[in-house]
Ligand binder design. Structure first.
Ligand code: KIV
Ligand code: ZN
Length: 525
């Protein structure tokens, strides 16, 4: 029988796994994946609906923008425990404590490196000093909340004796969750089993706390290592949607959760994730960050449930279980094709949004989305669910931007130099530009530069299709770089040049937000 009486989760059932989502912290920290506050709020709302138990909303001491994002999520998000990350320093912990103050249920997550390599070269601290920091950081964090998580950064490359001493100090100081991260993705499942079993067996008080795994994917083993930690007694897993995160990413939430659900014989645990919402959450993240998952990505990739070969198709027709270990519907894939057309009204559109899992969008966002839907339905014969999702997500993440796209006309072809006539709205004031360029996209981007001059350089421009066919919406990504900082913007439209300009404007808005922030602190303590 479990002896854990957790400040936020109460008496813990011994096979209940806490799902700790760090998409908005570890995920957002990786190059190209930064999100603005509105995007983070929308993702937080979606993660709460997905049913994550703990939501790591950011690193409040990193910048005023990060602080604001964590505090606004703490106020708005209903359901999950909201946590903010903090190094073992008084300012970090105080900022985290202030940022999460308004949350219904809150946690501070504090960490320090414990491996010989990190202590010597990164921290330049003696092990005894690190131990003192463990005690002082957890003690201070407890002044803000009873729910404190302590992490041993580079834990899997830490001397096991020293790791046990650190964990003991953290528990004595009041930590309620102990996280042992595989920070550099170096461990193999056998290491995870050994480390978690040893620490749990040796450290006094281990039976009163929850152990947690946080695995990076440098060797492609993050999910396997996470499951190995569960087998060795961990009951919290830290993961991200689509597996995003530093370098090769973190353990993918959807993979861990479905491994538990699909193989209860091998993984006899349970969790609170509403698995049918997985695909929506994955797609929103792709829209917000501009990075689609690869087609063969487990669970959420376009091909994850596609059966191409004749032999497989034949088997599927006879009995789906021949080649499908879980149903596509169980993770949110739907068989629906054509959804609506140009004669569909507002009420039908609202119903469709509800069926697609959008709560109340609010009248303004609904009106704007409906207007764009009508416009799309005029230009595109078949409007699919994915079209509506792309359009609404696009609208939701752009609601509060300084620079808004209004209209674009382009003249291109093989004779004259392409020309673009663009109308934007900057801080509520309409502005137009007439520009030429080496191609229609270049002309349109020159028009953006004429309306809103900036020095940022274009580093990436990519185009993908939301659905199939020549009338499919194009989804474009634009990466801009200014003074070493890069931002990505996304845009979708049936007209590829319009999608490109929407993406450019989105990136520009992110850049403007980023400029307003002070330089973020590095995660290196
Ligand atoms: O990978 C890591 O060690 C981390 C910690 C800050 C938990 O992200
Ligand atoms: Zn990490």
């Amino acid at each position: 029988m479990s002896q854990i009486d957790h400040p936020n989760f109460g008496k813990m059932d011994e096979n209940r796994v806490i799902i700790f989502d760090t998409t908005l912290r570890d995920g957002e920290q990786s190059p190209g994946f930064s999100m603005n506050i509105e995007e983070k709020l929308r993702m937080a709302e979606m993660l709460a609906e997905l049913g994550v138990d703990v939501l790591e909303a950011g690193f409040p001491a990193a910048s005023p923008g990060d602080f604001e994002a964590v505090s606004r999520i703490a106020k708005a998000a209903k359901g999950p425990v909201i946590t903010g990350l903090a190094r073992a320093a008084a300012n970090d912990i105080t900022r985290a404590g202030e940022a999460i103050r308004a949350a219904e249920r809150k946690r501070i997550h504090t960490f320090i490196s414990t491996s010989p390599l990190h202590m010597k070269y990164k921290l330049r601290m003696e092990p005894e000093t690190v131990l003192e920091h463990v005690t002082s950081s957890v003690t201070l964090a407890r002044q803000f909340t009873d729910d404190v998580e302590w992490s041993a950064e580079d834990g899997t490359r830490t001397d096991i004796e020293f790791l046990c001493r650190c964990v003991e100090a953290a528990i004595k100081a009041g930590a309620t969750t102990i996280n042992i991260p595989d920070t550099v993705g170096y461990a193999v499942p056998e290491d995870m089993a050994r480390i978690f079993s040893t620490v749990r067996a040796r450290v006094p008080g281990a039976e009163r706390v929850i152990f947690s795994s946080h695995c990076h994917n440098d060797l492609g083993l993050a999910v396997a290592n996470t499951l190995a930690a569960l087998h060795a007694g961990a009951r919290q897993v830290e993961c991200t949607i689509n597996g995003i995160g530093e370098r090769a990413g973190n353990a993918a939430l959807e993979e861990v959760v479905m491994a538990i659900r699909t193989r209860p014989d091998a993984n006899p645990y349970h969790h609170g994730i509403e698995t049918t919402r997985i695909l929506r959450t994955s797609k929103l993240l792709a829209t917000v960050t501009g990075f689609d998952v690869q087609p063969n990505k487990a669970i959420v990739g376009r091909n994850a449930f596609a059966h191409e070969s004749g032999i497989h198709q034949d088997g599927m027709l006879k009995n789906a279980a021949t080649y499908e270990i879980m149903t596509p519907e169980s993770v949110g894939w739907q068989k629906t094709a054509l959804v609506m057309g140009k004669h569909s009204g507002r009420a039908a559109f609202r119903d469709k949004l509800n069926a697609l899992g959008y709560g109340d969008l609010g009248d303004n966002a609904l009106n704007d989305a409906f207007r764009r839907f009508k416009d799309l339905a005029d230009r595109k014969k078949l409007v699919y669910d994915d079209d509506i999702v792309a359009l609404v997500d696009d609208e939701v993440v752009r609601g509060h931007q300084r620079i808004k796209f209004i209209s674009l006309e382009v003249w291109a072809g093989s004779k004259d130099k392409p020309r673009a006539l663009l109308e934007l709205e900057v801080d509520g004031t309409p502005a137009t530009a007439d520009a030429r360029g080496d191609g229609p996209v270049d002309a349109a981007f020159n028009a953006v530069r004429a309306i809103f001059p900036h020095t940022a350089e274009l580093r990436l421009f990519s185009v993908g299709a939301v659905t199939e066919g020549t009338d499919a919406q194009a989804r474009c990504t634009v990466r801009l770089e200014e003074e070493g900082k890069s931002v990505d913007g996304q845009g979708a439209d049936t007209d590829t040049i319009v999608a490109a300009v929407r993406a450019y404007v989105h990136a520009l808005n992110k850049l403007v937000t980023k400029r307003a922030r002070t330089a973020p602190a590095s995660l290196s303590a």
